[in-house]
Design a protein around this ligand. Structure first.
Ligand code: FPP
Length: 234
């Protein structure tokens, strides 16, 4: 068994809708249960000493869902941020948001700023919430920022390397994930962390996100240790 330390897990939390449908519950309650599970999994990742947990909470494509579902998700997000703001003293968790904040409501952006500031010096796991996030969008935004810096003379074209490019992404200062988990049996990457998952090990879990638990994290970590992780070399 390899001893590689796992520092970063990314998760596509899929299946909230199906979970609710199976129980004849409104879709909103599936997302609500999903948010509860996210809190538990974050606590567990903190307990096991993980450095980063990055989750896909709202994608750039999710705006195309019904107005009601978008409103429900934004309300849930707002509640989620409020809870972390009021319980800030009771946990060890750092919260950061990745994605384009420009399209988010002002009240949500303010809550994001508040929790990012309140939690920035904590020593526990860093929960990166991907909100209005799309991997392609992140790459395009980064290209634009580099172009601006080139035109201002801050960066020269020959200085553009993979390392420099990474430093323009929302995930600058965060190492690439060793593990990407997708629940609910789907095998798509769905525009999540496209640049960052170049060599990430992908785990497809059959369970729907609201049924996911800490034992599933343990099993993924155990399987990761048995995989032969390579980076294109022999
Ligand atoms: C996919 O399930 C999940 C989402 C679109 C959103 C993920 C959100 C959460 C887990 C809850 C809230 C998180 C925060 C931070 C508030 P789906 O609805 O696409 O599932 P389905 O494919 O079964 O319909």
């Amino acid at each position: 068994m390899k001893k590689e330390k796992i520092r970063h897990i990314a998760i596509i939390m899929d299946g909230n809708g199906r979970w609710a449908k199976k129980r004849l519950l409104p879709n909103k309650l599936g997302h609500r249960e999903g948010a509860k599970v996210l809190k538990k999994i974050t606590e567990y990742c903190d307990e096991i000493g993980l450095q980063y947990l990055t989750v896909y909470a709202f994608s750039t494509e999710n705006w195309n869902r019904s107005e009601k579902e978008v409103d429900d998700l934004m309300a849930l997000l707002s509640e989620f941020l409020d809870e972390y703001i009021s319980n800030n003293d009771k946990n060890n968790i750092v919260i950061k948001v990745i994605g384009d904040k420009n399209r988010l409501e002002k009240s949500i952006v303010e809550k994001i700023c508040t929790i990012e500031k309140l939690s920035e010096n904590k020593k526990g796991v860093q929960l990166n919430l991907a909100i209005n996030y799309g991997g392609r969008d992140e790459i395009v935004r980064s290209v634009k920022k580099i172009c601006e810096d080139v035109s201002r003379g801050k960066v020269r074209e020959r200085e553009i390397t993979e390392k420099l490019f990474s430093s323009y992404l929302d995930t600058k200062e965060i190492i690439d994930p060793e593990i990407l988990i997708r629940t609910s049996g789907e095998s798509r990457v769905s525009n999540f962390l496209l640049w960052q998952i170049a060599y990430t090990e992908i785990f497809n879990i059959k369970k729907l996100w609201p049924d996911f638990n800490k034992k599933d994290i343990d099993e993924v970590i155990k399987e990761f240790k048995n995989r032969n992780r390579t980076f294109g070399e022999r």
